[in-house]
Design a protein around this ligand. Structure first.
Ligand SMILES: [Zn+2]
Length: 271
């Protein structure tokens, strides 16, 4: 397994080697990075036989022509959400406008964005030949149809946008009726496999070892519970202890806290 880390929000692309080719999870961000990855793979005689997007956010939906034409899978809910997003003719222009304000303006090819093949609902494994079994752990947290992938025989958990050492849990406040409970349920799913994880790869942030798995689950749970209860989470990822360059995560936190407070005022329920 290889991890390719982007400069942009420390995004991790993951390559899982099989006998007949590789599975590429969340391919990367800039055109140069993805082309570089495609070259590295072809130099070592490997082709991409399947792709996977962990969830329907633009930074996990990209692709580069040099990576080839393998099917790019996502959960049924992920694929349906992307289809819905892209049915708006202005969708890509909106992403491009957002990127215009970042250091990677003009460097992200959007032409192949979001061409996701839906896996049937309840699919529990990536359909690919000759590779290790890759279990799909789908849950409703962060984004509709978000899925982590667990490669049990190699002890690898690819967590998508969860269990990050730099980003706090970002809840899907529009997508579900009970985003707090859904997030906690997702963390419980991770807990069930935690004992078999030697390497944890978050969508953004540092790769963690076995010792990091339960620590990150606990930290995310503590954060979500604080958010639910309207307490200060005293989380090392926000406030003065945030990593340099990640100060904006505090704004994400404040935004979520405010929205949840308004929500509970409105319907009298926590979260
Ligand atoms: Zn992301």
């Amino acid at each position: 397994m290889l991890v390719h880390e982007s400069e942009f929000v420390q995004s991790n692309a993951v390559v899982v080697q099989g006998r007949a080719g590789v599975l590429l999870i969340d391919p990367g961000i800039t055109g140069d990075e993805m082309a570089c990855l495609a070259n590295d793979l072809s130099d070592s005689g490997q082709t991409v036989v399947a792709g996977f997007s962990t969830h329907p956010d633009w930074d996990h939906l990209l692709w580069h022509a040099h990576l080839g034409a393998a099917p790019r899978y996502g959960t049924a809910r992920c694929a349906a959400t992307v289809r819905d997003q892209l049915s708006d003719p202005g969708a890509k222009a909106d992403i491009a406008a957002h990127l215009q304000e970042t250091e990677i303006a003009g460097q992200v090819p959007l032409d192949l964005l979001g061409l996701i093949t839906a896996l049937p609902a309840e699919t529990t494994q990536i359909p690919w030949e000759g590779g290790p079994h890759v279990r799909i752990i789908e849950h409703q947290a962060h984004a509709p149809g978000h899925a982590a992938l667990f490669i049990e025989e190699r002890g690898v958990l690819v967590a998508g946008d969860m269990l990050s050492d730099v980003l706090v849990p970002m809840l899907d406040l529009d997508g579900t009726a009970d985003p707090i409970e859904d997030y906690l349920a997702a963390l419980r799913l991770f807990e069930e496999v935690a004992g078999g994880v030697d390497v944890l790869v978050p969508g953004h942030g540092s790769v963690g070892g076995a010792d990091q798995v339960r620590a990150r689950i606990e930290r995310d749970r503590a954060y979500v519970l604080a958010l639910r209860d309207g307490r200060d989470p005293s989380d090392p990822r926000i406030g003065p202890s945030a990593k340099p360059g990640w100060e904006w995560v505090s704004d994400v936190h404040n935004g979520q806290a405010q929205r949840l407070a308004r929500r509970s005022e409105r319907d009298g329920t926590p979260g």
